[in-house]
Design a protein around this ligand. Structure first.
Ligand SMILES: Nc1nc2c(ncn2[C@@H]2O[C@H](COP(=O)(O)OP(=O)(O)OP(=O)(O)O)[C@@H](O)[C@H]2O)c(=O)[nH]1
Ligand SMILES: [Zn+2]
Length: 329
């Protein structure tokens, strides 16, 4: 244990809470023009800050949420304090991200309400996909391919249900064409033009269907990691900042969130549960290849994936190429 009581600024209902210090991420601290900036060198690191007066819950929310930056331009000045509970602080920021809320906490507040004990180590099971198992499978003819089966995965300690769609007949002598698709409600369901997720999803299914027709098979993992792991609401907050001129990476940083928060342990575990050790990976993202290989899978080929370019997502794709290391023309 050892860590203090932390009250999440976004979801706290303890309206009377008041605290001398806030725990935020270094990326957000930079936006808040921290007086001693050296403390904020690593964007994902936790930073403990104090101001001239104690923070009320409203102050904590204003410090956490960039949507309130214009309304409250005179926040601060803030200074960073020494942080003696790094592991707990890091776990708290990670929990906020998984919960899809802003990564900001009041530290040891007066009137916090009832606290729940939690240890930094409790996060490991969530992150590594250890508890994941196959819960059911069924035939699922889809528009791209009649011969398809859906496999559902669940974990005891995580409500997010991931699925795999296996297209075509499984063959031991031929590695499947695999696509790791991270959930994007706006792109996958609503046809958003701000990203390329919808066309990439359709394209992957079509390519797998083709593969199946020529005697191979394909596996699409639909991973519930909205917004590269920051959650739907935080992604939409980032969209709002993008409308003010920030690119994908900067928008996430202003929110105090990493620009890439996915871990591919879950994907690797799903492939292992499907008995897949060798695969051809449909992606332009070298990090996905590296992540699977680090988990002991063998990616025999990286198959480039057509980006669904349109005039609305030109900047998003350029940022992927120039700042996130995607192999795009
Ligand atoms: N944070 C954030 N996430 C976004 C934004 N636009 C799209 N996304 C998310 O990005 C993810 C798309 O990633 P993928 O298509 O799986 O993979 P990728 O890293 O782009 O690499 P590829 O395999 O080459 O497509 C989805 O979870 C989207 O919700 C954005 O502006 N901000
Ligand atoms: Zn998308």
């Amino acid at each position: 244990m050892g860590g203090p009581t932390l009250l999440p600024a976004e979801t706290a209902i303890a309206n009377e809470a008041q605290a001398d210090r806030l725990l935020i991420s270094a990326a957000r601290a930079v936006t808040l023009k921290l007086a001693n900036q050296r403390e904020a060198a690593t964007p994902d690191a936790p930073v403990l800050i104090h101001g001239a007066d104690p923070f009320t819950l409203a102050d904590a929310r204003a410090a956490a949420d960039p949507a309130l930056d214009l309304a409250n331009p005179l926040k601060g000045p803030f200074r960073a304090d020494r942080l003696d509970w790094q592991a707990e602080a890091q776990a708290a920021l990670e929990l906020a991200r998984i919960a899809g809320i802003l990564p900001a906490f009041m530290v040891d507040p007066d009137n916090p309400g009832e606290a729940q004990p939690i240890e930094a180590g409790d996060l490991a099971a969530l992150q590594l996909g250890h508890g994941l198992r196959i819960v059911t499978r069924a035939r699922l003819p889809v528009a791209a391919a009649l011969d398809a089966e859906i496999v559902a995965f669940r974990s005891t300690d995580d409500l997010r249900e991931h699925v795999a769609l296996v297209i075509g007949e499984r063959r031991a002598d031929r590695p499947p064409l695999v696509r790791l698709h991270s959930e994007c409600l706006t792109g996958d369901v609503l046809g958003s033009l701000k990203c390329d997720c919808g066309p990439q999803l359709d394209g992957a299914l079509a390519q797998m269907a083709q593969e199946a027709e020529s005697g191979g098979w394909g596996v699409l993992l639909y991973l519930r990691q909205e917004g590269r792991g920051i959650g739907l609401v935080n992604k939409l907050r980032a969209y709002r900042l993008q409308d003010q001129g920030h690119d994908t990476v900067d928008a996430n940083q202003r929110l105090g969130l990493p620009d890439e928060a996915r871990d591919f342990h879950t994907a690797a575990r799903m492939l292992a549960l499907l008995d897949i050790a060798d695969l051809r990976l449909l992606t332009n993202n070298p990090r996905k290849v590296a992540a699977l290989e680090a988990q002991g899978l063998s990616v025999t080929e990286r198959v480039p994936h057509a980006p669904g370019a349109n005039p609305q997502n030109a900047r998003y794709l350029a940022t992927k190429r120039d700042r996130s290391g995607h192999l795009l023309p």
